[in-house]
Structures are given as structure tokens and as C-alpha cells.
Design a protein around this ligand. Structure first.
Ligand SMILES: *Cc1c(COP(=O)(O)O)cnc(C)c1O
Length: 829
């Protein structure tokens, strides 16, 4: 099959053009389609679609993409760059153009293509089919849950001549979308998992929603679905063309594949299945209905593909629930581990490498990779592709484990450092792992290689008390706030106080990835630490200390200047170093009465700054004292008015633009009209909304937990802990847990004031909280045992409850978590 050239792409896009194209490189080969410049690989062969998206307008990143080597662009806004050596197609709608190209690509293949849709279970059914069929077929499938108007074309574009089967998900949220996805996927077989409440609001009723979903199957030869859907929504099915073979499954005799539950036990169910002339038994290792139904969709597909019932029975028995959680862990010797034991195939490697790239940025990237099993690809194709991906991700060191990867070592000649070991134990014995330091290490291996041993070896021994930080939730919260802002408003994210207790570097790295505009820290050393970790975003330092000015300048950190003392000593130093136009931020006091220039100083200050060249005012800002309290709204408005007055002095005196900002999290939500040029986002990033307006959309991004060290049975009349503050009135079960006031679990929580959660039940603290431990009453939780996890808080309600019991605010709880509490970062990738 010939590759796509720019000229061939042109034949597809020609009819969509709104301006004449530029075709400086008609013979260039196009291999990758890209909508997000953060994941550029193989830039020269990449076609970039500038899409005005929910969060960002892709057109803003054209110059960046060009700089990284991209030469082919599809845009929908006017092209105003003067790059000589580019191909540019300007179309009405870049998403449509992307879809048209993917559809043209799809039409070149004549293999079975499975389209999977439904309200839930799409990803699971797709992943299970992949596991069940990979022995016989070389399979291409949607990465993760790429099932949207953009995700589907990108998935379909991955089809290559050696693929024998394709599995694509399609998800819709409103009418009209499915027809477009159908044209791109053109499934030959359909799987409809179920219809539930998801996206109900986009449709007048469930029948309409089902009808919309069925549009995916207009050209399919066969459709697999739960037979109950036909009984529930009979009218929806009338539109389905007569040529579609209905493979319905269910317990009702009218189902084409009929099943019956024979037996349920702790680990699973036994079913009797009848399909055409065959009857057989299956054991499914699940007890929940959703998993059983998803497995039945997969079984029906295998029957349709003529798999023998014995093979089906043997394989479905090995299905496991999917855990897609990719963990980011602190390793020994300043390493960071990305532990991805979820699966081991080409697509998931691709996903894991992009996580590695985002996390590691400039740090050294190491990949420990085992042989890839059951991919269905010939080894030469497989290892060639893996080598390309590693190279594109900028991997410095590859540690291969397994005979095949050793055999194909020569494929990795472009990777600077390659080590191969026949087995996991030979790698461990070699001592190589003990020499890794200051690196980001992706660990990804097929289950049989037992890479958990490597993770254990490299991981810092986990303290029993953990603060887990969900990077996806942070991202979600960030976008929730971003959506409320005017698109041009910049965001400065406050990562002071160790990132509100959650860990400063990881959060900062994620914010760079999200393209936050600015970071702010409290002290210079925090900023220095971020620079040392490769964070290049502009960083404001709120309390710059005079003795750290040198370090501040060396690391291009930007000070907040809040009075004449700080201003003149900083200005003197800048002068002495012979620098000019050094960026600084001017803090105006409008009523907080904390830091900042006073009203009577503003005018003279502005004139002074205008008359010197050493400092450049990057921004002028103020801080609101009570943005979260409606009772003080008139005070807040007064603050804003004073702030505008101050800005006017600067505008008049300075002959260059500067940023103005006033809003913290509460202000962002309650005074959107006062966004000015930038806002300063703090606690809302972690999921707490002081204004309560957006609380339902935000989720708590951190979870504090510990575990049970010991359980004791005590008798009536016995006392518990220091000072014998608690006296048992009846026999009780008491658990000692590994958290105390040195971890931030305050002593004021003693004897019933504090509550923690064991197996989902709230249980009280008994006796005094000790330095490293405390005791809780687990009499009502008979299943509690030693080693069990105990939750201190994992959602907003629990955190607020804890703050109330201590008479404080969530800010203080989060920032008071002891530094010895291990921070663990993870992403659901
Ligand atoms: C901490 C801080 C913020 C952020 O406050 P939140 O209430 O956490 O959003 C904004 N501006 C300044 C000056 C701060 O010190």
C-alpha cells in the first residue's frame, strides 16, 4: 500500500478548501496526524490540524509546531505566517478535514472492523477483545478511550497494511454525531454494549439516543447487542437495514445467543450458553453484572468469528478487570518511576511514553521494557516500531528484558544507551538499576516478567501514611476554572507552601504541561528548586528575601516588590550586576493590610519606575481580603476600585504594557468581571471552592490515608493511650493506626473529636493522639484487620468535616500534612 504523500492528502482536502493551498512540499510523506503540539513525534512526517478546541485554539501553536519541525498544516483561520517551506490547506472546519482524511484512509482497508458503542463498557469490551484475539490477529485499536469526533479519526489513522482486525470505539454526546463517526469507522461488525443514563441530556429520550447509536451500524454485516434493548425500545430498531444480522444475547429464549446462570460463587459465575447448534458452559471470573455483560459481548463476537467454544471457555476464564492506573512513584536516588503494569502492547507503550515525556521533560528518560508478547506482529515489524517510538520520545536509556528484545538489540542503534538482559533476575543481579539516579524510569513489562520486583527494588520504601495526588483530578479542576475565564485571561498558579501540601515539582510539571502562564511560590528556594527540576515557566516569588536576590536572579525568578525597602535593595543589585529590564511584580495594598504599597505611594512609585531601566514592571496586582464572603462584597468592590486607580497611575507613567491581576480562587468564581489580564489560582486546583459556586464540578485531588498496625480486644474498665483519657465501658475492638500529630493529624482530634474511615465506615478516635500513632474504635467494623487502609480524607466533605472539627479551614489541613508523609502521584492515563 502506498504511503500518504502531501499530494495525495490534497486530493482529499481539495473539495473542502476555502483559500488556495500552498504546496511547497508535494512529495513529502505524511505518517502522523496531530492535533496537540505537546505530543509531536516525527515532526517532518506530521500533518498538524489547528483545531479551535475547548481549552486552547490550535492556531496559537502553529509557530511552535513549525519550530519543532512540522511542515504540514491544516487550518481554518487565515494563514499569516511567512514560512517558505510549508504545505498549508485552509478549510472551513479542521475537524471535518481530519475526519475526511481518516475516512479516506479507512476506505483503503478490507479487514474486519469492529465498531463498539454504548453508554458504558466500550473500553473494557475493546480491551478484552484485544486480549482474547491477539493470538490470531494483528489488531489495531483505539488508544485508551479515544472515541470522540477527534479521537476516532486519530484512531482510524493508525491502521497499517499488516493489521488483520480493527477495534474502534465510538462515543457521542448529542444527535448528529454518529453519522460522522460511521463514515470514518465504517464498521463491518457492530457491538452495542448497553444504553444507560450517560449523555441523556443530549437527547429527547432513550429511544432517540438508541436510534442515534444504531446509526453506527448502517453498513455493518452483523450487530451484537443485549436482547433486552429490543424489548425495551422496540421502535428504535426499525431503521436498521435488513441486511444486518442480529446477534442478540440474553436470557430470554428469543435471544440468538441465549445464556443461563447455573451457579454463582465468590469468584465468579458459571453459565450455560446456547448459540445455533452449539451448547456449552463458561466460567466467568466476575460477579458484577456489568462485567458479566461485557464479557458476553466479547463471547458473542468470538462465536461470530467461528472460535470453538472450548477455546472461548479457556480464554474468558483468564479475563481480569482492567486497571488502567499508571502510577508515578518516587524512587530511590531521586529517580521517578512510572509503573505501568496494565498491559504490554504497542498502543499502551505509546500512551506510557507520552506520560513519560510529559513527566520527565528535560530529565533523563529510561525505559525498562520486556519482550512484547502476543502482539500478532512479526518481530521485525514490532521491534522496528518500538525503536521508532522510543527514539521519538527522546529515550536515553533502554533496558530490555527477554530473549526477543535481546535478539533485536541492533534495532535500537539510535538510542544512546542500550542494555539487554535475558531475564528479570539477571537484570536485578547486574546491579545496573542501582546505578540509575535523577532519571525518570518507565517500567513496562508483560506479566510473566514480574516487573513488580523491579518496582519494589527502585521504589522508596513507602511510608505507611500516604498522601496520594491524582494528577488527572488536578487537570480536571484546572480546566473547570479555565472554562469559566475569558479565553485571553492568563492563569498564574500558586504553588506556594509545597503546592498546598501536595508536592511542588510534580504539580508544577503538570502545570507546564497544561500551559499555565505563570507560577507563584512563597520563597526563593522553592523557585530555585523548580528551576533545578527543569521548570521553565515564569515564576513569581512572593516573599523575596534580600540575601537570596542573587539566587533569584541567577534562576530568572521574578520578585514581588511590596515596599520601598525591597524595591531599592533589589534595584541596586540589578544595577550592580549590569542587568536591565528585569521583570518584577508590584504589589498594591488595597485593604488586605498585609504586604503592598500604600495608596499615598502609588503615584510616585509609578513615576520612579518609569524613570529607570533596570526593572521592568511585568505586572501590578493586589490581593482581596474577603472575596469568598458575600457580606463583604462592597468592601471587595471598593478594593477593586482602588486597584484600578493604582493601575491608572502605572498606565500613565509607564510607556509599555503590563499585566493586572487581583483574583484568587474565590474571586475568580465570584467576581469574573474583575479578571483583568490574569488571575491567581490557588486552592480550587486541589478541589476546594471557597465560594461554593463551582464545588460540584470540582473534585478533591488528594487523599490522605494510613494503615492499621495492630488490633486489640479490650475489656470494659480498661483504658486506652497516654493519660488514660479513654475508659472502655464495654468490650471493644481498638485499632492502632500509623498517623499521629507529627504527620499533621492534630492532637486536638483526641478522644472522639476526630473521625476516620475504615471499610467505608466512619469511626472515632479513642484516647489521646500520639506523636506517630493513634487509636480508633473499630468495634462496628468486624471485617477490619491489620494492614488495612484507613482513610483520613478522600473527598471534599470529609476534608471539610475535619476542618470544622478542628475549627480551621481546609488550607491549614492541607498545608499542615507532615513532610514525612509520602506523596504519591498518579494518573489514570
Ligand atoms: C495564596 C494566594 C492566592 C491564591 O489563593 P486561593 O484562595 O488559594 O485561591 C492568590 N494570591 C495571593 C497573593 C496569594 O497569596
Amino acid at each position: 500500500m502506498e504511503e500518504w504523500t502531501a499530494a495525495r492528502v490534497h486530493t482529499v482536502l481539495e473539495s473542502l478548501l476555502t483559500a488556495s493551498p500552498r504546496l511547497a512540499l508535494p512529495q513529502a510523506i505524511i505518517r502522523q496526524l496531530l492535533t496537540d503540539t505537546r505530543s509531536i513525534q516525527k515532526a517532518a512526517h506530521t500533518l498538524f490540524f489547528a483545531i479551535p478546541g475547548k481549552h486552547y485554539d490550535g492556531h496559537r501553536f502553529i509557530a511552535e509546531a513549525y519550530e519543532k519541525g512540522v511542515r504540514h498544516f491544516v487550518v481554518q483561520k487565515e494563514w499569516h505566517h511567512d514560512f517558505p517551506d510549508v504545505n498549508v490547506w485552509q478549510v472551513k472546519n479542521t475537524v471535518e478535514a481530519l475526519q475526511a482524511l481518516a475516512a479516506a484512509h479507512r476506505s483503503r482497508f478490507h479487514i474486519p472492523v469492529v465498531g463498539i458503542t454504548g453508554s458504558n463498557g466500550k473500553t473494557i469490551v475493546k480491551e478484552w477483545l484485544f486480549m482474547l484475539l491477539a493470538q490470531e490477529y494483528s489488531i489495531v485499536r483505539s488508544p485508551k478511550s479515544f472515541n470522540s469526533q477527534i479521537g476516532v479519526p486519530l484512531s482510524v489513522w493508525q491502521m497499517r497494511p499488516y493489521h488483520q482486525l480493527a477495534l474502534f470505539e465510538a462515543g457521542i454526546s448529542q444527535s448528529g454525531e454518529m453519522e460522522r463517526l460511521e463514515r470514518i469507522i465504517r464498521p463491518t461488525v457492530g457491538i452495542l454494549t448497553n444504553i444507560g443514563a450517560a449523555h441523556d441530556s443530549g437527547f429527547p429520550n432513550r429511544t432517540t439516543k438508541l436510534q442515534e447509536k444504531l446509526k453506527l451500524f448502517t453498513h455493518a454485516r452483523c450487530l451484537i447487542y443485549p436482547s433486552k434493548l429490543k424489548e425495551l425500545y422496540p421502535e428504535a430498531w426499525e431503521q436498521l437495514p435488513a441486511h444486518v444480522y442480529h446477534l442478540s444475547w440474553g436470557t430470554h429464549p428469543s435471544a440468538v445467543m441465549q445464556y443461563k446462570v447455573l451457579e454463582e460463587h465468590k469468584e465468579g459465575v458459571r453459565l450455560a450458553v446456547r448459540y445455533q447448534a452449539q451448547s456449552f458452559h463458561l466460567h466467568l471470573p466476575f460477579i458484577d453484572e456489568a462485567s458479566i455483560e461485557n464479557a458476553l459481548s466479547a463471547v458473542a463476537f468470538m462465536l461470530y468469528m467461528d472460535y470453538h467454544p472450548e477455546v472461548i471457555a479457556a480464554r474468558v476464564q483468564r479475563l481480569r478487570p482492567l486497571s488502567m492506573r499508571m502510577e508515578v512513584k518516587q524512587g530511590v536516588r531521586h529517580n521517578v518511576l512510572i509503573d505501568d503494569s496494565y498491559s504490554n502492547d504497542v498502543e499502551s507503550l505509546h500512551v506510557a511514553l507520552s506520560v513519560l515525556q510529559h513527566q520527565a521533560q528535560e530529565r533523563r528518560k529510561v525505559v525498562v521494557l520486556s519482550d512484547m508478547l502476543e502482539t500478532g506482529l512479526p518481530h521485525s515489524v514490532l521491534y522496528h516500531r518500538i525503536a521508532e517510538m522510543l527514539e521519538a520520545a527522546g529515550v536515553y536509556t533502554l533496558i530490555g528484558v527477554g530473549e526477543n528484545i535481546c535478539l533485536h538489540r541492533s534495532f535500537f542503534s539510535a538510542i544512546p544507551e542500550v542494555h539487554c538482559f535475558p531475564s528479570t533476575s539477571t537484570l536485578l543481579e547486574s546491579g545496573l538499576l542501582d546505578r540509575l539516579h535523577h532519571s525518570h524510569i518507565l517500567i513496562k513489562g508483560a506479566r510473566k516478567f514480574a516487573f513488580e520486583q523491579l518496582v519494589r527494588h527502585l521504589e522508596q520504601h513507602l511510608h505507611r501514611t500516604l498522601l496520594e495526588v491524582n494528577l488527572d483530578t488536578l487537570m480536571h479542576n484546572y480546566h473547570c476554572v479555565r472554562r469559566r475565564l475569558h479565553p485571553a485571561t492568563k492563569i498564574m498558579v500558586m504553588v506556594k507552601a509545597f503546592g498546598y501540601g501536595s508536592g511542588i515539582e510534580e504539580v508544577a510539571r503538570m502545570l507546564s504541561f497544561l500551559r499555565a502562564d505563570y507560577l507563584a511560590v512563597a520563597y526563593t528556594d522553592e523557585g530555585v528548586r523548580l528551576r533545578e527540576q527543569g521548570i521553565t515557566l515564569p515564576i513569581m516569588v512572593m516573599n523575596p528575601e534580600a540575601d537570596a536576590f542573587e539566587a533569584l536572579i541567577e534562576h530568572r525568578l521574578e520578585p514581588e516588590l511590596y515596599n520601598h525597602r525591597v524595591l531599592s535593595s533589589f534595584q541596586t543589585l540589578v544595577e550592580m550586576r549590569g542587568e536591565s529590564a528585569y521583570p518584577v511584580h508590584i504589589k498594591i495594598d488595597t485593604g488586605m493590610r498585609r504586604l503592598g504599597f500604600e495608596q499615598n505611594e502609588w503615584k510616585a512609585l509609578a513615576q520612579h519606575l518609569a524613570q529607570q531601566q533596570h526593572l521592568k514592571v511585568e505586572s501590578v496586582f493586589t490581593h482581596l481580603a474577603a472575596a469568598d464572603e458575600p457580606a463583604h462584597d462592597s468592601f471587595t468592590r471598593h478594593q477593586l476600585q482602588l486597584f484600578e486607580e493604582a493601575c491608572l497611575y502605572f498606565r500613565e507613567a509607564l510607556h509599555y504594557p503590563f499585566l493586572r491581576h487581583a483574583l484568587n480562587s474565590a474571586g475568580i468564581l465570584r467576581f469574573p468581571e474583575a479578571q483583568y489580564d490574569m488571575v491567581r489560582l490557588g486552592i480550587a486546583l486541589y478541589g476546594i471552592d471557597p465560594s461554593q459556586l463551582l464545588q460540584e464540578e470540582l473534585a478533591l485531588a488528594v487523599r490522605l490515608s494510613t494503615n492499621i498496625a495492630q488490633i486489640k480486644h479490650i475489656q470494659a474498665g480498661e483504658s486506652v493511650g497516654y493519660g488514660r483519657r479513654f475508659m472502655a465501658e464495654k468490650p471493644m475492638h481498638i485499632a492502632t493506626i500509623n498517623i499521629g500529630y507529627a504527620d499533621g493529624f492534630r492532637r486536638a482530634l483526641s478522644n472522639g473529636r476526630g473521625v476516620v474511615y475504615v471499610h467505608g465506615k466512619a469511626v472515632p478516635v479513642v484516647g489521646n493522639v500520639c506523636m506517630d500513632m493513634c487509636m480508633i474504635d473499630v468495634s462496628e467494623v468486624p471485617e477490619a484487620k491489620e494492614g488495612d487502609r484507613v482513610i483520613i480524607f478522600e473527598n471534599v466533605e470529609q476534608l471539610k468535616e475535619l476542618s470544622q472539627r478542628l475549627g480551621t479551614i481546609p488550607y491549614e489541613i492541607l498545608t499542615g500534612i507532615g513532610s514525612r508523609v509520602k506523596r504519591v502521584f498518579y494518573t489514570d492515563a
